[in-house]
Design a protein around this ligand. Sequence first.
Ligand code: FES
Length: 320
Amino acid sequence: MNEAQTLAVEVSAIEQVTPLIKHFTLAAADGAALPAFSGGSHVIVVMRGALRAHRNPYSLLSSPHRLDTYEIGVRRMEESRGGSHFMHDKVRVGSRLEIAHPVNLFGLDKIARKHVLIAGGIGITPFLAQLEDLHDGAAPYELHYSVRSPEHAAFLGRLREREGDRLHMYYDSEDQSIDFDGLLSNQPLGTHVYVCGPAGLINRVIDTARRCGWSDSHIHWEQFSAPPTGDAFDVYLARAKLTVHVPPDRSLLESIEAAGVEVPYLCRGGVCGFCQTRVLELDGELVHNDHFLSEADKARAKSIMPCVSRAHCRTLVLDL
Ligand code: FES
């Protein structure tokens, strides 16, 4: 994706749905219908502040059957480097934003015999759109939604009304937790499991599913996290003939973009592989934070995913 492919949208409604989550409704600035998407898709929202632009991925939570508006949920992140604070503090009804076309890296498997959805906190958002697709399908499904307390359960009214006993709630405040072993050791053949939420929840589901004999092709997960911070370093872009400084609180990708060089991306979360960039020279070590490169590729240090990865080095030259 690049900036030429963004869509101009206007914020048409904002609702505070939990103490930490705001629900935004976005309409095309020219009033036209928005591009089609399927449940599990996300958009990158470009937020232009006075000093810098933020580009954060957010899942579309509105129905894929309605294209007059898109809806997203934004959790205020305590450790945010600015994106979620910008959305919470600066964006008002009537504000203009840019978004990228929707991309789905977390789609439902079309031939699954059953779907088990597991959400933690703000991780409920992609499932809200997927549920719209599941209502129309023949495959059974169940949703397990874990939150810290009832007041943090975003969109609970809507879920209760539409999902009935397919919805299973878990509140940390009441010492309730998902029995992952029980849930994943006893599903019919052909079941797919989907998990979205904090890293700990995702890892727990993946580990348990593998231990219970699930094939990786039946385990789906999505995590959007802010790129990790780290020590500052410099990078030389060989084709652009440009040295770029990467400060501690800005990702390598953001720094390269701020210097006016475009790098293709989809997820900005170290998952899709689109931003993979060749390393031409390195004196030091790469700090790989992605989930795309294999351990062997990471050890070879010939590629880096600049959306999330960094370097401890005296020299880093990239093929950009
Ligand atoms: S943009 Fe997806 S891995 Fe970097």
